[in-house]
Design a protein around this ligand. Sequence first.
Ligand code: C2R
Length: 180
Amino acid sequence: MAQSLNMFSYIIIIVKKEADIITDVVVILGSKSDRDIAKKAVDMFDEFGIEYIVTVASAHRTPARVAKIIDDAHKDGVKAFIAIAGLAAHLPGVVASHTIKPVIGVPVNAALDGMDALLSIAQMPAGIPVACVGIGRGDNAAILAAQIIAVGNKELEAKLENYRMEFTKKTEHDAETLFD
Ligand code: C2R
């Protein structure tokens, strides 16, 4: 009897967990000053119908807040993180240290043409990878996150195929109208 009761509670917990899933991606900005790049990412998510949370937290200035955001995100069923940061951009690496979900870092051009942030994000030590997109490329970070989420999601896969098709058409149009 005790055993079947345990099994019942287990099923309830599973059902509750499934119902609670609300966030596909959490986007963390090191500073409000990075918001233009975050806008490029969230515009993409809106286009693809991806659920996201966007917030500000700094590994340097608010380490406890970063850890709490990641903890909460796990409870919400997060599938990927995007961390946007300039200067000594440790935020993406620190996010990666707290999760085994994929982390995509976006370097911001806050100084040194963004090279400081680019290298801080790309040159992670072995074992704790961070995917690094181009300087300021919040849009590409969102597309990459969408591609990760699209594994096993036919609807999202189709949206990404259509999006890719737009580039094909535009390039062909550019080729045909090169000197018009
Ligand atoms: P402020 O404009 O707030 O001074 O920030 C931010 O991402 C921003 O680009 C300047 C730059 O500092 C970055 N920052 C980091 C981190 N926290 C803030 N790289 C971090 O924890 O890595």
